[in-house]
Write a protein that binds this ligand. Structure first.
Ligand code: G4P
Length: 526
């Protein structure tokens, strides 16, 4: 039994991981529908064409059909409070996704039944494995011809190195899709395609021996009984402890677009998925039952709402209770700040949070003093760990079309880079602004947003930088000497950290050899 207060023990904070097009957006929408957070789900087509999905904020996402931002959606379900953190699907945003995954207690993996395990799923699973995040699996699009379900589970086991325990089992697929059988409740939920985005409960038959099954399925009923026997024999049983250790994933089948199989998933999700978990800080482990508030910032987003030119820092509450008006210690800068209000994310609607509990995400208004990785407490000097920054792999110089807009450009680039997906470097010896990113699409995003949100026309030009390393040295004298001698290759990042911008790998290796006492880090803990 959990010792946590009931309301905390009922929190479920998770994210969806999937390869683009597997159905993450559709599943998200349907979860909100079943959670009562929205009344009617638009079809994905309708939604992409006109209004934006509850989880989409940017015009660009609709243009490109990819999710650039991560949002947070809270909705209630059967006595639980669910926090769903959206993760950007495109490969170029892996860092951002990585950090979102540091803020969840479990993840849902969505797989396309026809495609099986895809490249992006593999990468995201690797990230989840770093923290042994418990994973649930939803195999989607059973209304289409797909691969044999047993073969799909084998693939997940082989490629993703996680054992599968089917919880529901599909009856047929494609044109012959008849529904799912719940191996533990022993109920058969008959498939009925849903249109118009409303929940329509199909017929549920209790028990495989039920004569209603023979009535409906005729000769197929016997075949189904045999198949289920086989599946029970050939697959793993669900083992909650192994699931919580990240070693086994319960698997559900369905068709998100038809609202089918989602209810089965949600019902089990609230009972299987872990409550808010303890978090490591540099000084100690923080548990969610502690009275005093602690939390860490895993994401910053500028201009979420174009009508309010604001920046929001997303903080995961790790312990205690957030209440509007309370004073928080911003540990990195050592100052107490009064937080008159924060934002919660009720299914995409931004609301003023009156209070928030461990597992919840709140949005703090940020005027430039909050960075990704910052810890907030009620006075204790704590620093949560495990939220890294990765050295970018691509670099461009920002060039302004209208030189009079320099101030606006600086502000825009600074604020967008605070979000962490791209990084700003200011060379010590020039006035250039150099932006680094892990994927080339990031530059388009920054250019687009500079124009849309700051009214600045800028282009990105190639620059002679191949890689960046954060520089550290125990000996301040030596650091000073390095700073002088290597100044042409040195820059400061947005937080003022010294960074070496190497024109080539060879140059980096040589510099390392020449300065053996200086550390050149490829990642930086925020
Ligand atoms: P993503 O966020 O993971 O990228 O996927 P998204 O939900 O946008 O779904 C990708 C495509 O798969 C969409 O089609 C969507 O309609 C479709 N889809 C989602 N769930 C199901 C399902 O259960 N069955 C079937 N048959 N299709 C499903 P699209 O062609 O990109 O858009 P549209 O033309 O359908 O609007």
């Amino acid at each position: 039994m959990s010792k946590l207060p009931e309301a905390v023990a009922q929190r479920r904070t998770f994210a969806i991981i999937s390869h683009p097009d597997a159905g993450k957006t559709t599943v998200t929408e349907k979860l909100l529908l079943f959670g009562g957070a929205i009344q009617v789900a638009g079809t994905v087509k309708g939604r992409k064409a006109d209004a934006h999905a509850t989880s989409d904020w940017m015009q660009m996402e609709q243009e490109r059909g990819i999710s650039v931002t991560s949002s947070v959606m809270q909705f209630p379900y059967k006595g639980s409070t669910i926090n769903l953190l959206d993760t950007p699907g495109h490969a170029d945003f892996s860092e951002d996704t990585y950090r979102v995954l540091t803020a969840v207690d479990s993840a849902l993996m969505v797989i396309d039944a026809a495609k099986g395990v895809e490249e992006r799923t593999i990468k995201l699973m690797d990230v989840c494995r770093l923290r042994d995040t418990p994973i649930m699996t939803f195999v989607n699009k059973l209304d289409r011809e797909g691969r044999d379900p047993m073969e799909l589970l084998d693939e997940v086991e082989d490629v993703l190195r996680i054992r599968c325990a089917p919880v529901t089992w599909p009856i047929g697929m494609g044109k012959g899709f008849r529904g799912v059988y719940h191996l533990y409740n022993e109920s058969i939920h008959l498939f009925s395609p849903t249109h118009g985005g409303r929940i329509q409960e199909g017929e549920v038959i209790q028990g495989l021996d039920n004569p209603r099954l023979d009535e409906l399925f005729g000769g197929e009923a016997e075949a189904l009984r045999e198949e289920i026997d086989l599946i029970r024999g050939a697959s793993n049983d669900f083992d909650k402890a192994a699931f919580l250790r990240g070693e086994l994933t319960p698997v559900f089948f369905g068709s998100a677009i038809n609202n089918f199989g989602i209810r089965e998933f949600l019902d089990d999700f609230v009972s299987y998925a872990p409550e808010p978990q303890p978090r490591e800080a540099r000084e100690r482990t923080v548990t969610p039952d502690e009275d005093k508030l602690t939390g860490f910032v895993f994401k910053i987003q500028a201009n979420m709402d174009p009508n309010h030119r604001d920046r929001v820092a997303f903080m995961r509450v790790c312990s205690g209770r957030f209440q509007a008006g309370m004073k928080l210690r911003h540990v990195r800068i050592g100052k107490d700040i009064k937080v008159p209000s924060a934002i919660t994310f009720m299914a995409g609607e931004r609301e003023q949070a009156q209070d928030a509990l461990p597992g919840d995400i709140i949005g703090l208004h940020n005027h430039g003093t909050i960075q990704i990785g910052d810890t907030f407490t009620q006075g204790e000097a704590l620093k949560f760990t495990g939220i890294p920054n990765f050295a970018p792999e691509l670099f461009r110089r920002v060039v302004l079309k209208d030189p009079m807009r320099m101030k606006a450009l600086q502000k825009g680039v600074e604020q967008l880079c605070e979000e962490g997906a791209s990084q700003l470097f200011r060379p010590l010896n020039t006035n250039e602004l150099i932006v680094g990113a892990v994927g080339v699409l990031q530059f388009d995003v920054v250019a687009h947003r500079l124009k849309a949100e700051y009214g600045v026309d800028a282009v990105f030009e190639p620059v002679n930088v191949n890689t960046a390393r954060w520089v550290r040295c125990e000996d301040p004298k030596m650091l000073e000497e390095f700073r002088r001698k290597a100044a042409d290759n040195l820059a400061e990042d947005v937080a003022g950290n010294l960074t070496y911008l190497a024109p080539t790998r060879v140059n980096l290796d040589l510099t390392r050899e020449r300065w053996p006492d200086i550390a050149f880090d490829a990642t930086r803990e925020h």
